[in-house]
Each structure stands twice: as C-alpha cells, then as structure tokens.
Write a protein that binds this ligand. Structure first.
Ligand code: PLP
Length: 408
C-alpha cells in the first residue's frame, strides 16, 4: 500500500487567486461590455530588455552549431554569470560575496521552497504574517507545523506585521531557529532599514539562528540608505542565506532565472552541537537534485549586467515605479493609508473595510482587480494589495475609475 505524506492534508487550499478568478469571471459574464484592469497578480507585463533578447538569440545560435554547442553546465551556474553577479550585486555595495557562494537556479520560488530540507524537522520556524505563502506551505509539507485553526498553524512562530509596526515585524520574544524575512516585502511593499537588519543579524548571531532573506524585489529600492542585500550588514555572512531573482528585476518571470547565496561562513548544528557548513549541504543538494539552468537563459541573465542591459533594466524598473508612485499618491489623496510603493512595486492599502468587500467594491464599481490582503495571512485582514505591474495607460485609467468609485 502506497502511503501518502499526510502533512499535505494539513495544507489549506490556496483559494486566493482561484476566488479572485471566479469573482472576475462572474463579473465579466454579467458585464461583457466592461473592460477589466488587472492590478492583482504580481506578474510583470513588459518585454525582456533588448540586451537580454539579443544574448538569448545568440546563445540559441551557439546551441545550433556542433562547434559551440553546450551540454550540461556547471552545477552552480556558469562563471560568466556568477562573476557579474558578484561584481554588480555585491562588491559594488560593499558586500563580501564570492562566485563559489552563488547558486544559479530557475527561480526564487523553488529555492525558498527547497532550502528548508537541509534543516532538522524539529526546529522552530518564524514566518511573517502577512507573507508570500511559499515559506509557510513548504514547512507544512515537511511536517514542521501542527494543525491549522483560526487562520494559523500550530508550532509556527508568526511575526506579525501590523499598522503599528509599519509591517516590519519586531524580533521574537521566544527563541526561534529559522527566520524568514522578505524585503522589499511581498505583499506589503514595506522595506527594512539598516537598523532593522542589524537587529535581526545580531539576534541570529546570539541565538545561533539562521535568516532566510528573500530579496526578490531589491531592484525596486530607491532610497540609497536602504540595504539591498543582507550582506551589507556586518556579520550577516555567518547567519544569512539570500535569495535573488531576475523575475521582477528584468522581466524573467517566464524565462526563469534566479540565484541563492549561501556564504561559506554559514553553519548549522547537529544534535550533538557539531558545526556543519550549510554551503556544503546546499551544494550536495543541488548536485543531487538539479541539473542547472539552460545556457541561453544564463547568457540572457548575464546581459542584465552589460552597460546596455543595466540601463534597460533601470528603465524597466522606473517604468513600474512610476505606476507605483501614481497608485500611492491617488490612494493617499483619497484618504487611504498606504505602505509600500516607494521602494517596491506593491502598494498595501488599509481599506478601512473587510478585504474581500473592498475587493468586490473595486471590481463592481471600477472594474479594477486588486488582491485582498486577507489572502496573505490573518494580519492582512482589512488591507488590499495593488500591484504596479501593468502599463501606464492601464494604471492611469484604473486610478481614474477608482477615484470615481471611492468619491461616490
Ligand atoms: N519571492 C517573492 C517574495 C516573490 O514575490 C516571488 C514571486 O512573486 C518569488 C520569490 C518567486 O520568484 P521566481 O519567479 O524567481 O520564482
């Protein structure tokens, strides 16, 4: 008899985007003539930067010729990509990271989801609320949580993001082992300044914990005093793993390329207190379960760091940030408190009502789709997330419609 992993039975069905889809479909059916503007899902809408497309094409041509064809690549990724990452993403910001510490992958989703398998079953995990659901669900699958009830899993230490703390959770009062942090945050758009990250790094050092730092949206940070990497903080090399992605930075959501940084100084402990290098463990995991990202995709990602690519990526990010500024300004002018949108592509809005009621109102009166905050955790109740990933024209039109609807 083949038995199943019963931890999967504890998972809550992911109703969020299905519910949104159902409500949008019902609206469309009832109003076939009304055009809907979608500012809900966090997917990019603009084409790949020209430099990436050029590099992609030419790498495909190399694959078409026996003399330049490539088979399996290096497990951790090609040096032509890891060298650029080290130079532009870390050295340029004073962060001491080497090529061997970079692991190229096909997505930050897989990496943030897979990393937990190198840790023990009975560790205490701390997860923000509201949250990108992958951190929580992968720990549920692994059996690190108890049952679900009243919107939360037993045995998880939730780090509450609230209006009072500006959606930047404080340190836990009881010791935790594995800490998930995401800045700029999805869904709230909140960012952590140097002081916040220093406090987390020193907490992790004192408690022999580890921080999993998801920096998938670092490219959207505008304020120069906000760190883009946790390794800009002294001492982080020993206590933090960082996740990065080309998805939102350079429009790679459909192309797939990301990377994880596991510094050689990061250690974990066995039951007897013996130290083990997490780099060695992750390397072993990668070489056993992964065969790398395709050569043309890595070539295309490397083009992000060319002079041409850097300028094109900057315009791409600017384009979305112009949308974010408009959304934030209009909602603030309408009297709604907003977090995010200045260093992130998400605007988190206090809807002063139930999340789903606010969602329905925007859909029915303005024909605009947002994401109800309640879908990201208990602390998201009463909030909505509006995403800046759409064309200027659509965002402008959406804001005109929202204004009309809210001023009624
Ligand atoms: N991390 C966060 C916080 C995200 O919001 C997303 C995607 O929306 C990801 C990771 C996934 O990135 P990737 O496309 O590289 O899998």
């Amino acid at each position: 008899m083949i038995r199943i992993n019963e931890n999967y039975l504890k998972l809550q069905a992911s109703y969020l985007f299905k519910d949104i889809g159902d409500r949008v479909a019902a609206f469309q059916k009832a109003h076939p003539d009304r055009e809907i503007i979608k500012l809900g899902i966090g997917d990019v809408t603009r084409a790949l930067p020209e430099a990436c497309v050029k590099a992609f094409h030419s790498a495909v041509d190399e694959m078409a010729d026996d003399s330049t064809f490539r088979g399996y690549g290096p497990d951790q990724g090609y040096p032509f990509l890891t060298e650029k990452i080290v130079e532009f993403d870390f050295k340029s910001r004073g962060a001491d990271i080497s090529c061997e510490e970079i692991f190229i992958s096909d997505g930050a989703k897989c990496d943030t989801g897979n990393i937990q398998e190198i840790f023990a079953q009975d560790i205490k995990i701390a997860i923000p609320d509201p949250v990108y659901p992958v951190y929580l669900d992968t720990n549920v699958m692994a059996g690190r949580t108890g049952r679900f009830g009243n919107g939360r899993y037993e045995s998880v230490h939730y780090l509450d993001g609230t209006r009072e703390n500006g959606f930047v959770p404080g340190l836990p009062e009881t010791p935790v082992d594995l800490i998930y942090l995401c800045f700029p945050n999805n869904p709230t758009g909140a960012v952590a300044d140097r002081g916040v990250l220093e406090a987390w790094v020193s907490y992790a050092r004192e408690n022999r914990s580890l921080i999993l730092y998801d920096a998938a949206y670092e490219a959207f940070v505008r304020d120069t005093h906000i760190p883009r990497s946790i390794y800009e903080i002294e001492g982080a090399r020993e206590v933090a793993i960082e996740f990065r992605s080309f998805s939102k930075t350079a429009g790679f959501t459909g192309t797939r390329c990301a990377y994880t940084v596991v510094p050689k100084d990061c250690v974990g402990y066995d039951a007897g207190g013996g130290k083990h290098f997490l780099h060695t463990m992750w390397q072993r995991r990668i070489s056993t379960k992964f065969n790398g990202v395709s050569y043309p995709v890595q070539k295309s990602a490397a083009a992000v760091f060319s002079a041409e690519g850097r300028s094109q990526v900057a315009s791409l990010v600017d384009y979305y940030m112009k949308n974010a500024a408009l959304i934030r300004k209009e909602m603030t002018d309408l009297g709604y408190e907003c977090v995010g949108g200045t260093n992130s592509p998400y605007i988190w809005i206090d809807g002063k009502a139930d999340s789903w009621d606010f969602f329905d109102m925007l859909l029915n009166t303005a024909g605009v789709v947002c994401t109800p905050g309640a879908g990201f955790g208990t602390c998201g109740k009463g909030f909505i997330r509006i995403s800046a990933f759409n064309s200027h024209e659509n965002v402008q039109e959406a804001m005109i419609r929202i204004k009309k609807a809210l001023q009624k």
